[in-house]
Design a protein around this ligand. Structure first.
Ligand SMILES: Nc1ncnc2c1ncn2[C@@H]1O[C@H](COP(=O)(O)OP(=O)(O)OP(=O)(O)O)[C@@H](O)[C@H]1O
Ligand SMILES: [Mg+2]
Length: 514
């Protein structure tokens, strides 16, 4: 039996049917990935699977006794708990055994009547602790926190003091330590850097149990998947095999489906023409009726998935103002102490660079410094007068109760409704989506709204901090093209090599201060 089985699932949000008779089976040991374009319902499916939402129709069944964990950003944990306590909490039952064992030993020293019985009890517990790897725990937790790039100093910090990315990493670490039968993760690479993504990919590759991971990062998917589920047109199709096999086979299937669909449409049209022509003639009305009856029984194929139409991002350009728009000279960045050795480089007009470096090394801090949001600790940065940056910052505080339409209107009160609609529509936020609060939109839809806002500003400099997070492949391609077309200078922070390769002129590595 499958560990997890979804049968004939239907679910809709007031205006949209997300699944129509969808089915999915996850078997023991399967390394599953779930893909589909933005807004198809992947996150919602995970919420249904863990029971946070209930299906309208159909069933979701976990095999008896199967355990699972879910990487949920909203996880309710005491925020004042130190990170290591949070992580070691996974082993609370083992620590309890250790306490019990020590109590027996202590008691045996005074209670001489029961000396032997107490020692036997203690020894049994000691053996159990040995067998369960209790004495290697520290090493195990250490390997994991190292792999995920935790600064050892931060392990004693309360969760609340961590950045949101670090906190998500703590959740991820805990989930991996729990080693449940099935891991459910929604876009786990968004808050990791390149090294950590590679580490997680390897970890998942070797994971002895099963998982179902949602991601848009194809390089990552290529490394972890041995079964691919694709969600489109309200249905889930299963492809056993790796991600490349899926890409090839899925394309073939889509081509075949389109051909069959078109052939069927031609057939229907021909039959309808025949019926229309002959139904009114006494001599052939009988034949026309029988054709009509046959047509009525035909199972009509659904039109192939069209997606949400074309997406078009743009970053309008003003004009050049000089040869070197940005000069960074021995710039020292950080909060209470420097994070990095002094940074020095020049960015020429029209030059595009990718800033790379480990998570937490200071890439975002650097961007915040040159945006003037936090003070430099030393050195300088100089933008030529007339340089106007256009910034993509996904952590920017946003009122999630606003709709995309209201948000754009708030920022650009002079635009009329059609202009606002157009800007949003170009970026893939169409129709009712533009009128729903951001809190009810998918990750990709919120990111696309940010790009719509950027498309309304005329600038000559782009600052983009992890712009591909949450975007599906089609949107990433559109973003790539928009950055490529932009004639001004570009500073890009991204952990997705597939994305910045071939786009930037050079890469700038940030490494920790020695
Ligand atoms: N509470 C809600 N009320 C109404 N509609 C919602 C709600 N939550 C999500 N939706 C809509 O349901 C659709 C599916 O959302 P979901 O978050 O599951 O998509 P997703 O496949 O995870 O997309 P992404 O790849 O962008 O993360 C989206 O169009 C979204 O706007
Ligand atoms: Mg999602």
């Amino acid at each position: 039996m499958a560990m997890l089985e979804i049968t004939n699932l239907w679910f809709n949000y007031s205006d949209k049917e997300l699944y129509r008779d969808a089915c999915l089976k996850l078997n023991p040991g399967e390394h599953g990935v779930l893909v589909g374009t933005n807004g198809t319902g992947k996150t919602t499916l995970l919420k249904l699977i863990v029971g946070d939402l209930l299906p309208d129709k159909g069933t979701i069944t976990w095999e008896h006794g199967v355990t699972f964990s879910y990487l949920d950003q909203q996880l309710a944990v005491a925020q004042d708990m130190p990170v290591h306590q949070y992580l070691y909490g996974v082993y609370e039952d083992l620590f309890e055994k250790e306490r019990q064992m020590e109590a027996y030993y202590a008691q045996s020293a005074t209670d001489l009547d029961h000396y032997e019985a107490l020692l036997t009890k203690a020894a049994r517990l000691q053996e159990e602790l040995n067998d369960s790897g209790f004495y290697a725990l520290q090493e195990k937790v250490g390997r994991l926190t190292d792999g995920l790039g935790f600064d050892p100093d931060h392990l004693s910090w309360p969760l609340a003091r961590l950045s949101s990315g670090q906190r998500e990493k703590a959740y991820l670490a805990k989930m991996l330590l729990e080693e449940k039968d099935v891991l459910l993760m929604d876009e786990p690479t968004n808050f990791l850097d390149q090294l950590q993504v590679a580490w997680l990919a390897k970890y998942l590759q070797d994971y002895p149990k099963a998982f179902l991971v949602v991601s848009h990062d194809q390089a990552f998917l290529r490394q972890i998947a041995n079964v691919v589920f694709v969600l489109e047109n309200g249905k889930i199709t299963r492809y056993k095999g790796d991600f490349d096999h899926f890409l090839t086979q899925h394309q073939l299937d889509m081509d075949q489906y389109r051909k069959n669909y078109e052939a069927q449409q031609r057939y229907i049209k021909k039959e309808e023409d025949f019926i229309a022509k002959h139904i009114v003639r006494a001599t052939s009305a009988k034949a026309a009726k029988s054709h009509r009856a046959r047509l009525a029984h035909l199972e009509v194929m659904e039109a192939p998935a069209k997606g949400e139409g074309k997406i078009f991002f743009s970053f309008p350009y003003t004009h050049p103002v000089g040869k070197i728009p940005l000069t960074v000279d021995h710039l020292v960045i950080g909060y209470d102490k420097p994070l990095l050795d002094p940074i020095a480089f020049e960015l020429k007009e029209g030059e595009k660079i990718a800033i790379l470096g480990e998570n937490g090394v200071g890439k975002t801090t650097f961007l915040k410094t040159i945006r003037g949001l936090i003070p430099a600790l030393g050195g300088s940065y100089t933008f030529l007068p007339g340089i106007v940056p256009n910034v993509f910052d996904q952590d920017e505080a946003t009122d999630m109760s606003l709709t995309p339409f209201e948000w754009v209107h708030q920022l650009y009160p002079d635009l009329n409704n059609t202009q606002v609609r157009q800007a949003l529509g170009n970026c893939g936020v169409q129709k009712e989506k533009a009128l729903r609060p951001l809190s009810e939109l998918s990750g990709g839809e919120v990111a696309k709204t940010r790009f719509a806002i950027m498309s309304l500003r005329k600038t000559n400099f782009l600052i983009l901090d992890e712009p591909t997070n949450h975007l599906d492949q089609k949107a990433k391609d559109a973003l790539f093209e928009a950055i490529e077309r932009f004639p001004g200078s570009v500073l890009l922070v991204s952990h997705e090599k597939d994305f910045y390769d071939g786009l930037v002129d050079y890469e700038l590595y940030f490494t920790k201060e020695q």
